[in-house]
Design a protein around this ligand. Sequence first.
Ligand code: 3PG
Length: 394
Amino acid sequence: FKTIDDMDLDGKVVLTRVDVNVPVEDGRVTDATRIEKIVPTVKDIQKKGGIPVLLAHFDRPKGKRVDSMSLKQIVPALEQALGQEVVFADDCIGGPAKRAVAGLQQGDVALLENTRFHAGEEQNDPTFAASMAALGGAYVNDAFSAAHRAHASTEGLARLLPSGAGRLMEAELKALDAALGTPQRPVMAVVGGAKVSTKLDLLMNLVAKVDHLVIGGGMANTFLVAKGVEVGKSLAERDMADTARAIMEKAEAGGCAVHLPLDIVVAREFKAGAANEVLPVDRCPADAMILDAGPDTVEALKGAMEVCKTLIWNGPLGAFEIEPFDRATNAAAQEAARLTREHGLISVAGGGDTVAALNKAGAAADFTFISTAGGAFLEWMEGKELPGVAALHD
Ligand code: 3PG
């Protein structure tokens, strides 16, 4: 696909799809990461003489105007990130959008109101897409994290205007390709989280692609059950045991080593500071629950990680949000950070909880790449084609 470098943008209004779906509390942005990440794209479009007009969704208003979901509230954070004033139009089509765009000059930037205020956005309605397309002369998609949605502003527009990928989109695709597409081997995937059922496709895809699969969090308990290990009162999906077995069989057939906990941290209550003990994996008391992997598991994981050249990480290894059950996640994350710094490990992570866990461990800054995507990262790990990316290829 094309990038900004390949596009003729001089003097053109460039409809630029970004993802500024950021956390907001009381009308203020509390984490501007996604906003900061689009700055290079906006600046590079301007350098090529284009006038960026940003299109974005915010939250899920379901096709209606909902004041609390207005993009107006992110304008101050966007202005701060860009270091310039941002023109805001209170609709992404029609009179307000046309008037705002007509008043723009080279060097300016505008943001149009939430595309999801129109039902045509999620329906990928061609008429709605054409109304947006009429505002500009080119389309740049920089919203990898929304590329799993086949919406008018993520997919439809690419079919109506000369199109290309923005800098963040390029960086995300490059990092993900380095992690799973054409990676340096051996490759390790760390997959955690509560449930096997939500990550089934992902696990099935990974066992065919990686050399080591580390399974952590609540979903590891389901795999232990599948192996006949008693897990007491732990979170486990007993009806998924056959599926877990099928995943392990597929892994074995393909030469992928599956790493499950060797020892466990158990407690009687799910709360911060709950009394806990470390036990061998097959000694979980009937009235206790597994809340983290133990130190032997972490040591074994470090040993396997040390010989890997590539690491892809999604999901915490334990109940990382309550101490002290964040220990395995922290230790593994810090080791990944160290190997990245000192041994050139290529480390890529994504998914909402994952980034929070790596930040908490103080490891995120050392990772080779942290994706801005949640759902799109998961779908990509599942091996699915993302409609927003596919449209740029076509
Ligand atoms: C996200 O926050 O993951 C993206 O902005 C997509 O949002 P959505 O799940 O509401 O489509």
